[in-house]
Design a protein around this ligand. Structure first.
Ligand SMILES: Nc1ncnc2c1ncn2[C@@H]1O[C@H](COP(=O)(O)OP(=O)(O)O)[C@@H](O)[C@H]1O
Ligand SMILES: CC(C)(COP(=O)(O)O)[C@@H](O)C(=O)NCCC(=O)O
Ligand SMILES: [K+]
Length: 258
C-alpha cells in the first residue's frame, strides 16, 4: 500500500491509498524539527485508533517546506524499509514536463495538482488551491504545468491585519451577511471575504482571457467550499486533488520501473 504525504507550510497530511481508495487521512501541523520517531508515534497511534491494518510498501512525499523532507525520508526508510519518491527531486519523474522559466522550481503541491487535474479533467484547467498561500495552477491541454499565480493565503491575510494593527483582533474567516460592516469584526470579515472573492474572480477571468481557450476551474483546500457559498466561482471542488496527484505520480514512476 502507498502512504502519500502532502506537507504544506501549515499542515502535513498523511493518506493511505490501497490502490482504489484512501483508507484514512491524518493531519498534523508542519514542524521542520519533528523527527522520524515522532512521526511514527503519531501515525501508529492514529491508525491503531481507527483500526486500520495497512502494510505500507511505498511512500511518496510532496513538501513545500524543504527542511522537513530529511526526517520524512528517515521515517520511510526506518519504519517501512522503503526509499520514498519526493516530487520535484531527481528520481521522481512526472508524466509531463512543466513549462516554466529556466531555473524555476514550481511547488511540488502545484505539480501534483496539475497531474491530478489532467488525470481527472484532461487539461485546460485552473486549480485554485487554498493553503498557506492561495495558488492558481494552470494546466495546459497536454497536462503540463505552465505556471499561474501565488497570492497571500486567507489566514495569512487575517494574521497580517492582526499583527500589524494594534486595535484589530484575530478574526476567523466566514461569509458576512453584509458588505458594510457595523463592527470591527464585521469590517475585517467583509474585507477579507469579499476582497478574496474579488481576487479569485478577477484572477480567474484574467487567466482565461490570457490563456485564450475554455478552461475548467477546480477549487481545492479547506476554504474552497466557503468561497463557493458567496458566488459560483468553481466548476468543481475536489478536496483530495493533491493526494490524487500523488497517487498518479506514484503509478507513473512504477510503470517507468522506478
Ligand atoms: N475548513 C477550514 N476552515 C477554516 N480554515 C481552514 C480550513 N481548512 C484549512 N484552513 C486553514 O487554512 C490554512 C491553510 O491550510 P492548509 O490547506 O492545511 O495549508 P498548507 O497546505 O499550506 O499547509 C491554515 O491556516 C488552516 O488552518
Ligand atoms: C506557493 C506555495 C508557497 C504554496 O504552498 P502551501 O500554501 O501549500 O504551503 C508553494 O507551492 C511553493 O513554495 N512554491 C514554490 C514557488 C513556485 O511554485 O513557483
Ligand atoms: K497545500
Amino acid at each position: 500500500m502507498l502512504l502519500a504525504i502532502d506537507c504544506g507550510n501549515t499542515n502535513t497530511v498523511f493518506s493511505i491509498w490501497d490502490g482504489e481508495k484512501f483508507l484514512c487521512t491524518l493531519r498534523t501541523s508542519t514542524h521542520h524539527a519533528r523527527t522520524a520517531d515522532a512521526y511514527f508515534t503519531w501515525y501508529s497511534t492514529l491508525i491503531n485508533h481507527y483500526g486500520i491494518r495497512a502494510q505500507i510498501t511505498d511512500v511518496i512525499i510532496s513538501s513545500t517546506v524543504p527542511r522537513v523532507v530529511w526526517n520524512l525520508r528517515v521515517f520511510a526508510d526506518r519504519f517501512f524499509d522503503c526509499r520514498p519518491l519526493v516530487v520535484g527531486k531527481p528520481g521522481c519523474g512526472l508524466p509531463v514536463t512543466p513549462r516554466v522559466d529556466q531555473g524555476t522550481q514550481p511547488g511540488p503541491d502545484r505539480l501534483a495538482n496539475a497531474v491530478a487535474a489532467f488525470d481527472r479533467h484532461g487539461g485546460n484547467v485552473v486549480v485554485v488551491d487554498f493553503g498557506t498561500a492561495t495558488n492558481f495552477d494552470v494546466v495546459a491541454e497536454d497536462g503540463a504545468y505552465v505556471g499561474g499565480v501565488i497570492a497571500p493565503g486567507v489566514n495569512l491575510s487575517l494574521e497580517a491585519l492582526h499583527s500589524g494593527a494594534a486595535a484589530l483582533p484575530h478574526v476567523d474567516i466566514s461569509q458576512p451577511d453584509k458588505v458594510i460592516g457595523t463592527n470591527t469584526v464585521g469590517c475585517i470579515q467583509s474585507g477579507v471575504f469579499w476582497g478574496y472573492t474579488g481576487l479569485i474572480e478577477g484572477i480567474i477571468s484574467r487567466i482565461k482571457a490570457e490563456y485564450g481557450a475554455p478552461m475548467k476551474v477546480v477549487g481545492t483546500g479547506g476554504l474552497a467550499p466557503l468561497f463557493e457559498q458567496g458566488d459560483h466561482l468553481f466548476d468543481t471542488i475536489e478536496d483530495d486533488l493533491t493526494m490524487h496527484g500523488l497517487t498518479v505520480i506514484h503509478d507513473y514512476n512504477k510503470e517507468q520501473g522506478a
